[in-house]
Design a protein around this ligand. Structure first.
Ligand code: FDA
Length: 417
């Protein structure tokens, strides 16, 4: 019989984490520093690509306005209350303290959003340094081929072991953490691995769709607005029935294929196929009264009068669709002016779709929170299996809320393992 050959790497770990993104790196660092022997695996060439491209390259890493007692204000999912426990045990102040410990400068931009002052790379370096402190082993790039759960015999303390088959060999651990993120931006490594593994272990999934995503409109109806690509203005935007209406006050951006900007990204996470968006292009203004007043003393063209309140290109595009408005304002009928004001302040349009995962910042849906413990992130029916970050059915608003969920869920998991 040939002598067994020694493997060049350890094969047994206390915990294996799949996905070295925001949640995976942070969980690995925390668990390692708590004394666990951790293996972190990622199939992508580069570590934490989403952190690198986030916030325009400066990573909006958290939000000071997060109200941990009312997570439903900033998180979407079947049960946003689920994230309350983790968010209250690892708060924005905790991550800020970590940034301070590493001497990384940051600044507040808009509505509590905190960004690295220099570069998102600083945050990646910080997370890698934290992993090094915890003695974490990282295999990257490394593909995971399959995962097998081996239940243990009654006389051992752990419930079983996860056998992870990778292209660097087979490894084992009593704990396996899914930190494989969502489906957005597949070209930098997003896959459905986490959802497939969840199905393998019979965990329920909430239907996935793109969130924080630009919305698109059909060719002909969109034609008058397509020429406005690049134009931005502050608006009030809402969607949903009266009972569950969501409203945001943010900037809207016209694109060649539709609408984007923070206003539309935010509302996209609440928008349902076929539902209209309601947009007030002149929030805080009584446009009907302003137009009627102008009519009494001005001979300017309606488009020029409008341009005092709206970007000129938008005023022109709007009036060019309506022959009865292509005249001096004092010659326009009251009815036409009232209709114009109403259209601008209650613009109702139905998107035909979204730009999808190619452009989405996040994936809505994912592993149903019903399957997980909100204290530990461990699966209720599968001992030793944990899910953290975006793979779970918790999606934050634009503004640093998604990274805060990644840090907080990772922390809860690491503390429990
Ligand atoms: P994340 O996606 O970070 O990591 C998952 C990891 O799993 C990846 O490294 C991937 O390669 C790996 N993986 C996937 N499949 C695998 C497989 N089969 N085998 C091995 N590894 C696998 N949020 C925010 O709060 N502030 C912001 O400024 C931004 N900005 C932003 C910009 C853009 C363009 C995008 C696309 C997203 C954002 N986000 C954001 C959202 C934020 O990036 C996101 O919610 C977090 O990165 C989620 O962290 P996770 O660790 O869960 O997934």
């Amino acid at each position: 019989m040939p002598a067994p050959t020694a493997t060049a790497y350890p094969t047994a770990f206390d915990a294996i984490i799949i996905g070295a993104g925001a949640a995976g790196l942070f969980c690995a660092a925390q668990a390692g520093q708590l004394g666990l022997n951790v293996l972190l695996i990622d199939h992508a060439e580069k570590v934490a690509e989403k952190i690198r491209i986030s916030g325009g390259g400066r990573c909006n890493f958290t939000n000071r306005d997060l109200d941990v007692r009312a997570p439903h204000k900033h998180y979407v999912g079947q049960n946003p209350q689920f994230c309350r426990s983790a968010l209250s045990r690892y708060t924005p102040a905790d991550f800020i303290a970590l940034m301070d410990k590493h001497g990384i400068p940051y600044e507040e931009k808009h509505k509590g959003q905190l960004f690295a002052t220099t570069s998102a790379e600083d945050i990646i370096r910080m997370l890698l340094a934290e992993c090094a402190d915890g003695g974490v082993t990282r295999w990257q790039p490394c593909a995971v081929k399959k995962v097998v759960f081996l239940p243990s015999s009654a006389d051992t303390s752990s419930a079983g072991s996860y056998e992870v088959h990778t292209d660097r060999g087979v490894v084992h651990a009593p704990r396996l953490v899914l930190a494989t993120g969502g489906l957005s931006i597949p070209k930098i490594g997003a896959t459905d691995f986490g959802y497939r593994l969840a199905q393998q272990f019979k965990l329920p999934l909430v239907e996935r769709r793109a969130g924080l995503v630009p919305l698109t409109f059909d060719g002909a109806a969109w034609q008058p607005y397509a020429q406005l690509a690049g134009l931005a203005l502050p608006v009030e935007i809402s969607t949903g029935s009266k009972k569950e209406r969501m409203t945001f006050h943010e900037d809207l951006l016209f694109t060649h294929r539709g609408l984007s900007g923070p206003a539309v990204l935010q509302i996209s996470s609440y928008w349902k196929d076929g539902a209209p968006l309601h947009i007030n292009l002149l929030p805080g203004t009584d446009m009907a009264a302003l137009l009627q007043a102008a009519k009494t003393h001005s001979r300017k063209l309606v488009a020029n009068e409008l341009a005092a309140h709206l970007p000129t290109r938008l005023a022109d595009a709007w009036v060019s669709q309506q022959p009865e408005l292509q005249r001096p304002i004092n010659e326009a009928s009251d009815k036409a002016l009232t209709k114009l004001a109403e259209q601008l302040q209650r613009w109702e349009i139905i998107p035909t779709g979204s730009e999808g995962y190619k452009k989405a910042e996040v994936t809505l849906g994912g592993i149903d929170t019903k399957a997980l413990s909100q204290q530990t992130m461990e699966c209720k029916t599968q001992p030793g299996l944990y899910a953290i970050g975006e793979v779970v059915d918790i999606t934050g608003w634009l503004g640093g809320y998604n990274f805060q969920w990644a840090w907080a869920s990772a922390f809860a998991c690491a503390q429990a393992m």
